[in-house]
Design a binder for this molecule. Structure first.
Ligand code: ZN
Length: 386
């Protein structure tokens, strides 16, 4: 059934009428536009979500009801498609989580929001620091046979794999995955300059949460952050919650990568959207503090363990902390993750032919805070604000 949505196009600043069913059919300029209209943009795409609203996507026993509730909570933040992110764990638990979410994707009305899977680990660095919150006992070398088991469980929906190129097996593994259309990202790594170059030569195209999942102390140069910043063939994703990265790093990183090669992610974990307290990320216990910091509770291991960031807050943070314009911030949450994360049907933006994934929102000019009014996924209204 044809629907229409009137709003201010973020890209042009003009008031537009978007006509759609499951895809956008036309974007027209109404002759007598109303004066006070909200913004309309393609819906956010978050390519790194470990958990949300009380659910850990890594839990193989999560009920379909819990998955549906978590996805509905994502819709309320303007997210229309996302990659549940499965972190380092035993082969059985990782496969179980993928199988469970694949079943939810098929059976739930909210399921199509699961656009694919991001496997973050287990082929990361075994070394402390850059390994971040991932448990050392389950770190293991790249293995194409394990990838094939993931892909079987996901019915072909493994879309993104984050690994460390320091493993000797990495270049051949990256080539094998890239041949199948999977995006390979570098992250949680102690790789040297040559290993990073070899990974990019083999087809890696993304640096996962650049500037995080790294050591507290690094040699001033060379180091793996400079190498990934300087490598023009690598796009990068960033956690812009005001906690993970200081404004100076954001400014430099966005200039090095350019807006076009930068992606906003939340790296959200189970407590995102919940009150402070103790939660889980895979087999690790984490605590959400009142400040918004999510950290490991193990006193022997320091460090952040994902975030409690909401995507619409991240878009506001890009303007507030990094000085970006609204269109730049929205691009990092929509077209860039679509292109860099290879999300089909979302390459054009707010234009005829793309899926009718839309977010309608307002921006407080003083605080740069976004308020989500409506979210549509594939032409269906999936969130209506108060
Ligand atoms: Zn990570």
């Amino acid at each position: 059934m044809a629907q229409k949505c009137i709003g201010r196009d973020v890209a042009s600043g003009a008031v537009v009428a978007v006509e759609f069913d499951s895809v956008i059919n036309a974007v027209d300029h109404p002759l007598a536009p109303p004066a006070d209209v909200p913004y309309v943009a393609p819906g956010w795409i978050d390519i790194q979500v470990n958990g949300f609203a009380g659910l850990d996507f890594n839990a193989p026993q999560a009920s379909q009801q819990q998955v549906a509730e978590a996805i509905r909570a994502l819709f309320a933040t303007g997210v229309t498609r996302f990659y549940p992110t499965i972190v380092t764990n035993s082969p059985e638990v990782m496969l179980g989580a993928v199988r469970n979410l694949t079943a939810a994707r098929t059976s739930l009305p909210e399921g199509p929001a699961i656009e694919g899977f991001h496997m973050e680990g287990p082929h990361i660095t075994p070394g402390d620091g850059a390994r971040g919150a991932h448990p050392k006992r389950w770190v293991r070398p790249p293995d194409v046979e394990e990838y094939k088991r993931w892909q079987d469980a996901a019915q072909g929906l493994i879309k993104l794999v984050t690994l460390s190129p320091e493993w000797p097996e990495a270049p051949a593994y990256i080539q094998a995955l890239v041949r199948e259309g999977v995006v390979v990202a570098i992250g949680h790594t102690h790789a040297n300059s040559g290993q990073i170059k070899a990974a990019v030569d083999a087809g890696a195209t993304l640096a996962t949460h650049l500037g995080n999942g790294s050591d507290q102390m690094l040699p001033r140069h060379p180091n793996y952050i400079w190498d990934q910043l300087a490598e023009d063939r690598l796009s990068a994703s960033f956690i812009v919650d005001g906690i993970h990265l200081p404004p100076a790093f954001l400014k430099v990183a966005f200039r090095a990568k350019g807006v076009e090669h930068s992606v906003l992610i939340t790296d959200a974990v189970q407590p995102a959207g919940c009150p402070p307290g103790i939660y889980m990320l895979g087999e690790m216990e984490v605590e959400l503090l009142p400040t918004g910091v999510v950290q490991l509770t193990d006193p022997g291991r320091q460090g952040l363990a994902g975030s409690a960031l909401l995507m619409h807050v991240g878009v506001g943070n890009l303007m507030r902390l990094a000085g970006l314009s609204l269109i730049e911030a929205v691009t990092m949450a929509t077209r860039n993750p679509a292109r860099i994360g290879r999300v089909a049907g979302r390459q054009r933006g707010l234009a005829a032919g793309d899926r009718a994934d839309l977010v309608v929102f307002r921006v407080d000019e003083a605080t740069k805070k976004l308020t989500i009014e409506q979210t549509y996924m594939g032409g269906n209204l999936v969130y209506q604000g108060a």
